[in-house]
Design a protein around this ligand. Sequence first.
Ligand code: FAD
Ligand code: FES
Length: 288
Amino acid sequence: MTAKSSTISINFSIIRVSLPDKRIYPLKFMKKFILDLVVTQNEQLHSNYVLIKLTHANPLPEMLPGQFAEIRIDGSNTTFLRRPISINYVDRAKNELWLLVQLVGDGTRKLATVKPGDTVNAVLPLGNGFTMPVAPENTHPLLIGGGVGTAPMLMLGAALKAAGCTPTFLLGARSSKDLLQLDEFVKLGEVFTTTEDGTAGEKGYVTQHSILNTRKFDFIYTCGPKPMMVSVARHAKANHIECEASLENMMACGVGACLCCVENTDEGHLCVCKDGPVFNIKKLLWQI
Ligand SMILES: Cc1cc2nc3c(=O)[nH]c(=O)nc-3n(C[C@H](O)[C@H](O)[C@H](O)COP(=O)(O)OP(=O)(O)OC[C@H]3O[C@@H](n4cnc5c(N)ncnc54)[C@H](O)[C@@H]3O)c2cc1C
Ligand code: FES
């Protein structure tokens, strides 16, 4: 199967982020690609989650932690629009992109049926990505993920580790079987967990975990259900900790054209797909 690619040009606002190798990368100049990626593996993690690994004949483009891809759902009669899925991890040695997919509706269920050798069409990389610390050696970041919101935390953890930080992860799920990719997270830093039913880690929600009171962190990154992120933001604000949240508002175009994903911020309505998905909590008009 021959993988075809083409590029589209989208005018992104200039947001400067530093990559682990300390280059300053203006997002405006990050070229977006429409790629036919080839499935190398589709691993069923449990009945509701799959981990899809994809490759391309050419080296995969630069992608930043927190960015996402818009995935075309082929062969579905009901899924008209592409679906946004976070960049879970990029394995440069194998030239592989990983997507962690939770099966919630027709689109993700169809996507979950792909087999090795199939093609998945993706527009990427989209969105801004998380801010990397200016002095990583002296930063103690806490990465809090809930449910499928743990997906971008793997790539972020890998980037922070490569930059010289030791990330700490706090991952929450309903039950032990919903705690995903723990074997990957432990390679990157210390991992703490909570489950709602108490089958793994501390019982309860991530925001009730004891490390929040016993350890000192100077940056919190979070992604997950909105009530969880609001609660994390409340903790960060109360403890004067910088905090970025990756929002998962419903999306359609993914490139700032349809305005269906807007979030109310201190600059007015911003598109989560183009101006986010990552926002400093100070920008969000959440009741925290
Ligand atoms: C920036 C971003 C990154 C994302 N990353 C991932 C990821 O890495 N892995 C993953 O599995 N999912 C991720 N999602 C969510 C994913 O896009 C949706 O679950 C998916 O679009 C649902 O499509 P569907 O056709 O299966 O379900 P639909 O039939 O469209 O919807 C099924 C149900 O899911 C709800 N739903 C749909 N989209 C969302 C959403 N964005 N947030 C909350 N509920 C939703 C609908 O209201 C409905 O109840 C991300 C979303 C965004 C915006
Ligand atoms: S999804 Fe269309 S503007 Fe964000």
